[in-house]
Design a protein around this ligand. Sequence first.
Ligand SMILES: [Zn+2]
Length: 219
Amino acid sequence: MQPDYDATTALIVVDVQNDFADPAGSLSVAGGDGIVGYVNAQIAAALDAGAFVAYTQDWHPPSTPHFVTAGGPWPVHCVAGTWGAALHPALTQDAGPSVRKGANGEDGYSGFTMRDAGTGDPVPTELAGLLQAHGTRRVVVCGLATDYCVRDTALDAIGLGYPTSVLVDGVRAVDVRPGDGAGALAQLASAGAVLVSASNARVVDQVRSAIPTASETVA
Ligand SMILES: [Zn+2]
């Protein structure tokens, strides 16, 4: 099963950056570079159909409360202008604009909204405006990582009212705790996302089996 792209679809390619996708990256996601060929095929299909394609990139300053060096949860990654912040070299680039998030030290994961590091207030990116400007009526999400930026970007798209599909073959999870990725897919499915995969039945089974785990960890 493949998503149907048309001129009112937006494909959002989340954070396929060296620090996440390259095995040498500082926050390397297992199998992250393995999605690039699939994602490129999706970009090509989207462009063929006249869909809008947008990328997101983590784009952090050298020091931010997002990093463990300043009390945050993550190793230093995707510092603006560095190799780690660059899109993976094998990824089809320039199919559309790239939304760079976190440049002013904001924390968070969604391509639509970060949080001010001091006040915690939401800081919107330009992504929602880009979708509006392109007449978007449906959103398709792929990229890295399932359990953080993909999840939060897709949840925000749903919250904005867009029917949203997640390309299960085009995402990979950090899995800080085993099962986080499957739990994120379960959360997305219950929020109304359509999980698209070449073998959809298998994905549905995985998501079903992940739901008790997800609710346990939430409790
Ligand atoms: Zn980050």
